[in-house]
Design a protein around this ligand. Structure first.
Ligand code: GDP
Ligand code: GDP
Length: 437
């Protein structure tokens, strides 16, 4: 089920990214250990008081030209209004209310989205007088925060969480595979949708299910039901918005949140660009199954080594997603198209797979016997037992004597052994180390 989205909106320099980093801080630190995951992130999964959400810093959107600030803030607000479930509207106590703040306030107000007003740079919470004028923006009590001092962040999150909607059921049965097609403009998303729907034995249902998003496309093939998420929406939206990279990343993110399987489309003719990594990185972090789809394979000059070279190139660029299978095809000529859905079925199964505890423990004990955990100051990490606690993605908890002694490299070793034994092709696997009480 999709996580609700909290977006931070505000003028440049009010402190959006400072707050964003405060909220996702720990998580970021973990993620950045992993090579290949982008540092320039504007979205992250977050959690507060047991509520999971995605948080987005819309501040990355910048537009060149005259009136730059106003335009970029307006665009952030539009994006947040369209995509977010709760908007944190951030102002700056040091500058007071500006014209741009007022305009954004108007937009947010008209949208009727839940808004939490945060006034940042209140470095001394005794100086609440700096905050009162912000009542005038019409969003009730402003929450005073200080990004640099880490003050008020808990209150802010409490207020945002309180306004989050309950997670809605998307209306599809559990056995429907939800597939998102993701990739930059012109990579061939709409062409691929049309190609899939035009395939033999595909039955497209004209009723758009009971989902709130009428832009989903449900269909059935060989007895398996699927729904293609959001792609029509991307098609309609036009290339101007889409060409703003962060905008398309955010749209992709929403689709990814609702998906089981993400098709990361890459233009075979042009190769991999940075934007492809951002999108794939999100699918990985959101715990979705992924497949790299190399499209436009019809126009690539090929010999018997081309596919292997492209595969190597993908592996080099996406070190954190070596589990994702790669499918080469052409949406235009339908060459190799028939290979796609079987891979979708396979990774979807792997994503939902549950391994029995005794099997998992057999594999981990063998791995430990073969290569014991390193010692640290004479002490050794001891693994008591291992169990899978969740699926989609498979999530495994390793109970140990002392979690601090679990190193990233050893965890990686265990993951590799687990994958070697159980496959898990196409899906991230989450490992957590916990102290056995
Ligand atoms: P963004 O453009 O809205 O993302 O703003 P940034 O997070 O980049 O912050 C802009 C500037 O404001 C930076 O120089 C921050 O160090 C500073 N800043 C952020 N939060 C605070 C705060 O709580 N108090 C003060 N005094 N400065 C802050
Ligand atoms: P989207 O923006 O990702 O939805 O991309 P479109 O589906 O609109 O395709 C963009 C352009 O690429 C169109 O001109 C398509 O005809 C072309 N295209 C899409 N798939 C292929 C393909 O497999 N081979 C070739 N040669 N062109 C393709």
């Amino acid at each position: 089920m999709a996580r609700p989205v909290i977006a931070i909106v505000g003028r440049p320099n009010v402190g959006k990214s400072t707050i964003f980093n405060r909220v996702v801080g720990d998580r970021l630190a973990i993620v950045e250990d992993k090579p290949g995951v982008t540092r320039d992130r504007l979205y992250s999964p977050g959690e507060w008081n047991g509520k999971a959400f995605s948080i987005v810093d819309t501040g990355g959107i910048e537009i060149d030209g005259e009136d730059e600030i106003m335009k970029s803030v307006r665009m952030q607000a539009e994006l947040a209004i369209e995509e977010a479930d709760v908007i944190i509207f951030m102002c700056d106590a040091k500058t007071g209310i500006t014209h741009a703040d007022e305009e954004v306030a108007q937009m947010l107000f008209r949208s009727r989205k839940p808004v939490v007003l945060a006034v940042n740079k209140v470095d001394n919470l005794n100086r609440m007088d700096e905050v009162y004028e912000f009542y005038g923006l019409g969003f009730g009590q402003p929450i005073a925060i200080s990004g640099s001092h880490g003050l008020g962040i808990g209150d802010l999150l409490d207020a945002a969480i309180e306004k989050l909607p309950e997670l809605e059921d998307d209306g599809y049965d559990d056995d429907v595979i939800r597939v998102a097609l993701i990739g930059r403009p012109n990579v061939g998303k709409s062409s691929l949708v049309n190609a899939i729907l035009g395939e033999e034995r595909v039955i497209v249902s004209d009723v758009a299910g009971t989902t709130r998003d009428a832009i989903d496309t449900p269909f059935e093939k060989d007895g398996q039901r699927y729904v293609l998420i959001d792609t029509a929406g991307m098609r309609k939206r036009g290339k101007v918005y889409e060409s703003t990279e962060k905008y398309s990343v955010m749209r992709a993110m929403k689709a990814i949140e609702r998906a089981d399987v993400v098709l990361v489309l890459i233009n075979g003719e042009e190769g991999i660009i940075e934007q492809d990594k951002h999108i794939a990185g999100y699918a990985h972090e959101a715990g979705k199954a992924s497949i790299f789809v190399i499209n436009k394979w019809d126009v690539v000059d090929k010999d018997d080594k081309t596919m292997q070279a492209f595969t190597q190139n993908i592996r080099d660029h996406f070190l954190f997603m070596t589990y994702a299978p790669i499918v080469f095809l052409s949406a235009k000529t339908k060459q190799r198209l028939h290979k796609l859905l079987p891979v979708v079925n396979h990774v979807s199964e792997q994503h939902a797979m549950r391994i029995q505890t005794h099997l998992l423990n057999d594999v981990v004990s063998d791995a430990v016997a073969y290569n014991p955990p390193p010692t640290d100051k004479g002490k050794r990490l001891k693994i008591n037992y291992v169990t899978q606690v969740a699926t989609k993605p498979p999530t495994i908890v390793i109970f140990v004597n002392n979690p601090e002694m679990m190193h990233f490299s050893y965890e990686r070793y265990l993951e590799n052994k687990i994958r070697a034994a159980f496959d898990f092709e196409g899906t991230p696997v989450r490992l957590f180390t916990r102290r056995k009480s």
